[in-house]
Design a protein. Structure first.
Length: 453
């Protein structure tokens, strides 16, 4: 694999350069190469194309075994060590995982049957977040990430020496950033548990430029620490688009940084990018030139369900491989303008139908987020005997906003039927493991009467 070849090259040419630093642990490229060889020898009995679950809390150990499994022509399966054992067992049985390596480096054989399809270009098996059930396993091929790396390189005139991405390596973004750093011979800096203050202080000590990869909730915490990092040259975000207040904080705290927001998913990889806020206000960014799109079931506004295909996508859900010519349904309502800017109008299952009209919560959320009294906002639905559904606006903020004020604020930005029927101030939002607002859980809390309504 190209990744392993590159690591060997970096070990020969720049062996004393730090490859990985996570909390108190660090390793040079030469030592990393030696560790890969050592663990590869330990894995000699593992069959070609066997699937190997890496159930490890130690992030450096996980990365070393990830690379050693690849060196053994087997397929690493990146397990989140925080999952309950019951969830792990279900995954092992659902996907006939062949081996598990735990944090004590004990190797256990789980299932004997090896996948019989061609998998030698597979980098790993990853898993979705599992917020709606058992995490789904998917194939990630190496070439798709190499193409994504090239897109990163094109956005940076000079590639920073440090690639920083906090959080568990099992999260696809941290793993992506780590593999990217190793591929190009830079230093990956991670944190097992995200600590904004410590990370900023660590970045201040770095001797050259830094690129940060994270989600908006992490970036929000960084921006609120009031610690400036002149070395931060690039800030990459995946997830929800920044609201006005966060963007202003970023511009003030990280004035030297080029800010690039990506829209995509673990399966589809990158779909669009917003380079230094060049995209229109309601757009998530410009489509990558190698991404083809299809929008089906369009309404009168040109909004429909988005599907994409590109050479950056995954290779299908386990055990069924797909190729780059197959369309991947994203599950979002979307529209595209004449300049190839992509606009999202909400997840397929989040759409609200009020009196026969399609209402997309994200459009209301974007409009209300412009209110300076609002920190975070979420629109959910409530059943109604006459209109079918009603929109309910939940928000966190500094003060109470009554219904009249909300209606007057939104009336110049939205149509009459889009304006929520109720507004509720809540103490805090609930988040998914990837840092996004847990819409489904918030809906349940509202229905259970957990908020003062």
């Amino acid at each position: 694999m190209t990744l392993l070849t590159n690591i060997e090259h970096h070990a020969q040419k720049n062996g004393d350069h730090t490859a990985i630093k996570i909390d108190a642990q660090q390793i040079t490229y030469k030592s990393l190469k030696d560790k890969i060889v050592e663990k590869h020898y330990k894995l000699q009995h593992i069959e070609r194309q066997a699937t190997v679950a890496l159930n490890m809390q130690n992030p450096l150990k996980l990365i070393i075994y990830y690379l050693a499994v690849l060196q053994s022509n087997a397929i690493p399966c990146v397990i989140d060590y925080r999952w309950p054992q019951e969830t792990k067992n279900k995954i092992y049985n659902q996907y006939d995982i062949n081996y598990e390596i735990n944090n004590d480096e004990e190797i256990a054989q789980l299932h004997h049957d090896i996948m019989d399809q061609y998998l030698e270009d597979i980098l790993h098996i990853g898993f979705t977040s599992g917020t709606t059930g058992l995490p789904k396993a998917y194939f990630r091929n190496e070439q798709s990430w190499l193409v994504s790396f090239e897109q990163h390189d094109l956005m940076m005139e000079i590639i920073p020496d440090y690639i920083v991405s906090p959080g568990p390596i099992a999260h696809s973004l941290a793993l992506f950033a780590c593999v990217y750093a190793l591929y190009i011979g830079k230093t990956f800096v991670g944190q097992q548990q995200f600590d904004a203050t410590k990370l900023l202080k660590d970045m201040c000590m770095m001797k050259s430029n830094v690129a940060f990869f994270g989600v908006p909730t992490m970036i929000q915490q960084l921006a609120h620490q009031k610690i400036k990092v002149p070395q931060l040259s690039h800030l990459f975000s995946t997830g929800d688009k920044f609201n006005h207040n966060l963007r202003a904080s970023i511009e003030q705290q990280f004035a030297n940084a080029i800010v690039i927001e990506f829209f995509g998913s673990s399966e589809a990889s990158y779909i669009s990018y917003n380079y230094n806020n060049e995209a229109p206000n309601d757009s998530v960014g410009k489509l990558f030139p190698n991404v083809a799109t299809s929008i089906t079931d369009k309404d009168e506004r040109g909004i429909g369900l988005l599907s994409i295909k590109s050479n950056m996508t995954f290779s299908g859900y386990v055990p069924q491989r797909i190729n780059n010519n197959e369309w991947i349904a994203i599950g979002d309502y979307a529209s595209i303008d004449n300049d190839d800017y992509l606009y999202l109008h909400g997840r397929e299952h989040d759409r609200i139908i009020i009196g026969g009209e399609n209402v997309y919560p994200i459009e209301i959320e974007r409009a209300m987020a412009l209110n300076e009294a609002v920190h975070e906002v979420l629109v959910i639905s409530q059943n109604h005997h006459k209109f079918g559904e009603l929109a309910i606006l939940l928000y966190t903020g500094d003060r109470e906003i009554d219904y009249k004020e909300m209606r007057e604020f939104l009336s110049t930005k939205l149509t009459r039927y889009q304006i929520p029927s109720k507004i509720v101030k809540i103490p805090k939002m609930v988040y998914t493991s990837s840092g996004k607002i847990a819409r489904k859980e918030m809906q349940s809390k509202y229905e259970e009467g957990r908020f003062n309504i």
